[in-house]
Write a protein that binds this ligand. Structure first.
Ligand SMILES: [Zn+2]
Length: 207
């Protein structure tokens, strides 16, 4: 049996939020989805793209993974889940905007940082295998202490993911013709601030 708190929350949603938007859901059911944004975010329970952008059902295609990483395309078979979700959004739903949403205090980034630093990426766990993707970003770090370096890795890994996306065969042309746009964001959980990546200055600027 589903836990009571989930049942209560669901029934409350059905009675209130859903009922209020019933026509919207009926339309979605009939016509299908046509979201305008793909958002890649972390599995972290504190970062909720739907809440942050106040979206209704059907507005954003969200794919969540540990540390909001986009693998290089050569990992097609090994990390197909994330690549397939992006490919689906771009080629089947014709989405033109991709947002990578990182965040402060990311446990995945912290864990990956230590695995890189302690040379433990070959640990036979699925998490270590996934966090290997952080190695190229880790190598770019120049910070003196762990705390600063982990904070930098949260942002540098977003830039690495953007670079990886640009090499996807179904995205490359869209980037060249300026039809597809990629945005890098970093959410500071405690303050609610969002910092956006500016590729001209190579910095993250508060919105
Ligand atoms: Zn995270």
């Amino acid at each position: 049996m589903l836990p009571k708190d989930l049942i209560d929350k669901y029934l409350n949603w059905k009675e209130n939020s859903f009922s209020k938007d019933k026509m919207h859901f009926e339309k979605l059911a009939k016509e299908g989805q046509s979201p305008e944004y793909i958002i890649i975010s972390c599995v972290d329970s504190r970062v909720d793209p739907n809440a942050i952008f106040q979206t209704k059902a059907g507005e954003i295609l969200v794919h969540r993974n540990i540390a909001n990483l986009v693998p290089p395309y050569e990992y097609l078979t090994e990390h197909s889940g994330t690549i397939a979700a992006i490919e689906f959004g771009i080629t089947a739903l014709n989405i033109k905007n991709i947002v990578i949403l990182g965040h402060s205090g990311c446990g995945g980034i912290k864990n990956g940082y230590h695995l890189c630093k302690d040379d433990k990426l070959d640990e036979n766990t699925s998490i270590a295998n996934w966090l290997k993707l952080l190695l190229p970003a880790y190598k770019k770090l120049s910070d003196q202490n762990d705390k600063d370096a982990i904070g930098s890795l949260e942002k540098i890994s977003i830039i690495t993911s953007i670079d990886n996306l640009k090499s996807y065969p179904f995205i490359k042309r869209g980037i060249e013709t300026n039809e597809i746009k990629i945005f890098g964001l970093w959410n500071d959980i405690g303050s609610g601030n969002i910092h956006a990546y500016n590729s001209k200055t190579n910095t993250f600027e508060i919105i």
